[in-house]
Design a protein around this ligand. Structure first.
Ligand code: AMP
Length: 217
C-alpha cells in the first residue's frame, strides 16, 4: 500500500497522472484542489472562505487544506493514497507527516514532475473538462474527436476552471516557486524524491512513474 506525493507546478500533469494511477492501481487520488472546488460549488463554510483566494491563484490556509486531507485519509483507509496538489508548503508537509503517522502510515515516494514553465501557460489555458463525466481535454493537445461532443460519455457540455486564465496562472506559478518548491529539499534529505520529465507525453510520464513505483527506477 503505497502513499505517494505528486509534486510540480500547476499544469505539470499531477491530476492527469493521479487519475491514471487511481484507475490502474486502485489507489485513491486525494486532490485538495478538487476538494476545495467541491466545497466552493456546495457553498460550504470552507468553500465560502476559499473561493476568492482560489480565483486570485493564491494559497488557501494550511489549516483548511490539512483538515480536508485528514478527513479523506480516513475514507481511503486500506488503499494507497496519491497526494495531488498537497502538500504545498512546509507546514503542510509537516501536517501530512503527522496525519500519516497517526494512522500507522508513511510516505513512500515523492514524484517531482519537472516542466518548462512557459509551456505550462499554454497547457493550462487550453484545458477543459466534460461537465458530466469529468474527462479531461485540451484545445490543442487533446481535442474531442467530434467537436463539442465528449468522447467518453457523449455529453455536449464542458467546463473550464475559472482560475485557468493567464493572469491567475502566473500567480499560481509564483506561489509554487515561493512556497512549494522549497519543500523539495526536505524530501530529498529523506531520500524520497524521484524526478520525472513532465514534458513527455501522458503515457510516457505514466510509464516513468510506474517504473518508480515498481522499484525499477
Ligand atoms: P489545484 O487544483 O491543485 O491547481 O488547486 C487550485 C487552487 O486551490 C490553488 O490555486 C489554491 O488556491 C487552492 N489549493 C489547492 N490545494 C491547496 C493546498 N494544498 N494549499 C493551499 N491552497 C490549495
Amino acid at each position: 500500500m503505497l502513499n505517494i506525493i505528486l509534486l510540480g507546478p500547476p499544469g505539470a500533469g499531477k491530476g492527469t497522472q493521479a487519475a491514471r494511477l487511481q484507475a490502474n492501481r486502485g489507489m485513491i487520488q486525494l486532490s485538495t484542489g478538487d476538494m476545495l472546488r467541491e466545497a466552493v460549488a456546495a457553498g460550504t463554510p470552507v468553500g465560502l472562505k476559499a473561493k476568492a483566494i482560489m480565483e486570485r491563484g493564491e494559497l488557501v490556509s494550511d489549516a483548511i487544506v490539512s483538515a480536508l486531507i485528514g478527513e479523506r485519509l480516513d475514507a481511503s483507509a486500506g488503499k494507497g493514497a496519491i497526494f495531488d496538489g498537497f502538500p504545498r508548503t512546509g507546514h503542510q508537509a509537516e501536517a501530512l507527516e503527522i496525519l500519516l503517522a497517526q494512522r500507522g502510515r508513511k510516505l513512500d515516494y515523492v514524484i517531482e514532475l519537472a516542466v518548462d514553465e512557459e509551456a505550462l501557460v499554454t497547457r493550462i489555458t487550453g484545458r477543459f473538462t466534460c461537465a458530466k463525466c469529468g474527462a479531461g481535454y485540451h484545445d490543442t493537445f487533446r481535442p474531442t474527436k467530434v467537436e463539442g461532443v465528449c468522447d467518453v460519455c457523449g455529453s455536449t457540455e464542458f467546463k473550464r476552471r475559472p482560475d485557468d486564465n493567464e493572469q491567475t496562472v502566473r500567480t499560481r506559478m509564483e506561489e509554487y516557486r515561493a512556497k512549494t518548491a522549497p519543500i523539495l529539499p526536505y524530501y530529498e534529505r529523506k531520500g524520497l524524491v524521484h524526478r520525472v520529465d513532465g514534458m513527455a507525453g501522458v503515457d510516457e510520464v505514466g510509464a516513468a512513474i510506474d517504473a518508480i513505483l515498481d522499484g525499477g527506477a
